[in-house]
Ligand binder design. Sequence first.
Ligand SMILES: NC(=O)c1ccc[n+]([C@@H]2O[C@H](COP(=O)([O-])OP(=O)(O)OC[C@H]3O[C@@H](n4cnc5c(N)ncnc54)[C@H](O)[C@@H]3O)[C@@H](O)[C@H]2O)c1
Length: 323
Amino acid sequence: MKNTEKMSRRDILKKGALGATAVAASTMLGASSVFAQESANNSILAPLSGKTAFITGGARGIGLATAEEFAKAGANIVLFDIATKKVPHVGYALSSERDLASAKAKIESLHVKCLAIKGDVRKLDDLKSAVQKTVDTFGSLDYLIANAGVTQVGAIEDFSAEEIDVVYDINVAGIIKTTQAVAPIMKRQKSGRMVFLSSALGRMGNELFPVYASTKWAIIGFAKSAALSYGKDNITCNVVAPGLVHTPLADNPYVMGKMAPNNPTATFESISESLKPGNPLPVGHLEPEDVAKAIMLFTSEVTTKVTGEVFDISYGSLARSIA
Ligand SMILES: NC(=O)c1ccc[n+]([C@@H]2O[C@H](COP(=O)([O-])OP(=O)(O)OC[C@H]3O[C@@H](n4cnc5c(N)ncnc54)[C@H](O)[C@@H]3O)[C@@H](O)[C@H]2O)c1
């Protein structure tokens, strides 16, 4: 309590009247509580001010939505993205350099600092230099959102060796390399929070996405191992596992064509609608913001003592799973 009071006085002197109001309100609410973060959305409070979030695959989709939530909470943002539309053996377009630039502009419009770094999670050197740049620029790396991923869809025998390699290299080896690059900084800080993006397909089998599903299971195994490895360094490692999310990973001709092979006019919306009746909650898909808000739970006090866990965000579809 005394520390908080001391900080308040320091911040009041530093930030002036508006800062004083923010700090007072923040103190009442508990600076890093979920409630404080919600208040931050109207830019009165900035509970993550001075913190830095490093987000792979941040140029669009879930990564960008998450960056926006962190930015609203006042954090400095690093968007790390391949920013290359055509990647061999991936069946749909990834983000472009323009996507990455416009993501950076979007984040900066929220009045936080943002680095946009073009890099590939398959390359440890890209990740190491991005992490170094992050620490040189912002002084710390507090949150890792290991989110970059690609999907593959089809029957098991249909996949070429190259297609299998690319999805494993990005989704599994990429997450391991991202952790290798970030962990030394967090260990030195004696603090950090890592969130790994798996999927509802990392919790069950799926005949339409057999290779992708196996990569998403692997991520959970790795995250639990990371939790065991880094707990003593005050680093938490947790997984977020969303159901179907409306992003370009799912809403593209390659994926839609395989999900509704007999219906060439099928859209993401029509497929979502057809999935609704099978789900416990009457929901066919999530928006990226739904996932981003769930990821933010791992910045709050509520999860300080939570590590090695999987948080399912899948409109109840996991209620039928065995545990
Ligand atoms: N969309 C869904 O239905 C869904 C559901 C569950 C889990 N997920 C997972 O969420 C994560 C984000 O997916 P999304 O739906 O936002 O996808 P998305 O395709 O919209 O965004 C992914 C981003 O990652 C980037 N990326 C891809 N390969 C990269 C690489 N090698 N290095 C750096 N960046 C790279 C892309 O350029 C893109 O900007 C993925 O791990 C995905 O598997 C998605």
